[in-house]
Design a protein around this ligand. Structure first.
Ligand code: NAD
Ligand code: MG
Ligand code: MG
Length: 339
């Protein structure tokens, strides 16, 4: 597998292009600000009239255009709006307004891989997908580091799509950490699998289950929060830094022995079978179809699940405990007034 670094890219290529960042959310604010700080002077943000993000983008010094106007102006449109609305954005604003020979780019493969968007033949279609949350894409760049990115080319009408994509990746910090060559299919399926079964779905259910079991056994919710949630970061930081062996070096032998004898009883062959089922649902397109259907009914059950998650006792207790640790908020990645 090919991994590209800053030395393999010409960061000046992207500076010569009129780049429009569609959306100024988690990824959008990070890409726009990183591009600007890398010396791209022709970066603007496209938002719908009335969008709550307009004030944030303008406060950061960006010119904001409406999506149709921006589509006409752009050499490169980076689509950082929610996946579920990208097909409509393409139909209504981009398809008939982008100039011949321009490029459209994504940070996730869903719309292209599942054919929700059929791009025009005259355009480059590529992906630069950071392997991390948008707020971290920004914070890592600011401290001189970067989040690894994936690069994939779906259409190479210009003959230059890979060079442009790598230039873009360098400008947002991806070239510092490594830009890995992949396909829209591989990025899309592995990204959905990772977030559903391990990173977001798996981890949150595991922490909540641990919290609930301690509380139902009569232990204090505060104790359960510290043990099963707060400490997760401290453990993951050690794994991030030096792998599982590095974490095992730091924890006690007692903890390490418990890890080996009890861990496989919690995540067992049945769990892995259900993870395989989740992968099959992703690969068949079932998951994407169900998610798009959910959007046709105004995200009714999605919003209900989001509300139930926010109301969970662990969230209430966690908020109270974090208020006693002001240093957590001081270095915060998410500031809803700005990003
Ligand atoms: P987000 O929900 O944080 O932000 C979306 C932004 O788009 C907001 O500013 C919103 O006002 C704007 N918007 C919505 N509809 C619009 C329209 N029609 N025209 C213009 N602007 C519009 O989104 P996000 O989580 O950053 O996701 C963006 C893309 O990045 C998705 O493809 C996602 O899969 C991908 N991605 C996200 C992350 C992440 O960390 N959140 C990580 C990797 C990839
Ligand atoms: Mg994802
Ligand atoms: Mg312990």
């Amino acid at each position: 597998m090919r991994v590209y670094y800053d030395r393999d890219a010409d960061v000046n290529l992207i500076k010569g292009k009129k780049v429009v960042i569609f959306g100024y959310g988690s990824q959008g604010h990070a890409h726009a600000n990183n591009l600007k700080d890398s010396g791209s002077e022709n970066v603007i943000v496209a938002l719908r009239p009335g969008s709550g993000s307009i004030a944030k983008a303008e406060a950061a010094g960006f010119k904001v255009m409406n999506p149709t106007e921006a589509a006409v102006w752009a050499d490169l449109a980076m689509v950082l709006t929610p996946d579920e609305g990208q097909a409509d954005l393409w139909e209504n604003d981009l398809r008939d307004n982008m100039r011949q020979g321009t490029a459209i780019a994504f940070a996730h493969g869903l719309s292209i891989h599942f054919n929700l968007i059929e791009a025009r033949d005259d355009m480059d279609v590529f992906m630069i997908a950071p392997k991390g949350p948008g707020h971290t894409v920004r914070s890592e760049y600011v401290r001189g580091a970067g989040v690894p990115c994936l690069v994939a080319i779906d259409q190479n009408a210009s003959g230059n799509a890979l060079e442009i994509a790598l230039s873009y990746s360098s400008a947002i910090g991806g070239g510092r950490a490594g830009t890995i060559e992949t396909t829209f299919r591989e990025e899309c399926e592995t990204d959905l699998f990772g977030e559903q079964t391990v990173l977001c779905g798996g981890v949150c259910e595991l922490m909540r289950a641990g919290f609930e079991i301690l509380v139902e056994a009569g232990y204090a919710p505060e104790m359960a929060y510290f043990e099963c949630m707060h400490e997760m970061k401290l453990i993951v930081d050690l794994i991030y830094e030096g792998g599982i062996a590095n974490m095992n070096y730091s924890i006690s032998n007692t903890a390490e022995y418990g890890e080996y004898v009890t861990g496989p009883k919690i995540i067992d062959d049945d769990t892995k079978d259900r993870m395989r089922e989740a992968l099959a649902r992703i690969q068949s397109g079932d998951f994407a179809a169900t998610w798009m259907l959910e959007n046709k009914v105004n995200q009714a059950s999605f919003k209900a699940m989001r509300r139930r998650s926010a109301e969970h006792q662990s969230e209430v207790v966690g908020e109270k405990l974090r208020a006693m640790m002001p240093w957590i908020a001081e270095g915060r990645l998410v500031d809803k007034a700005k990003n």
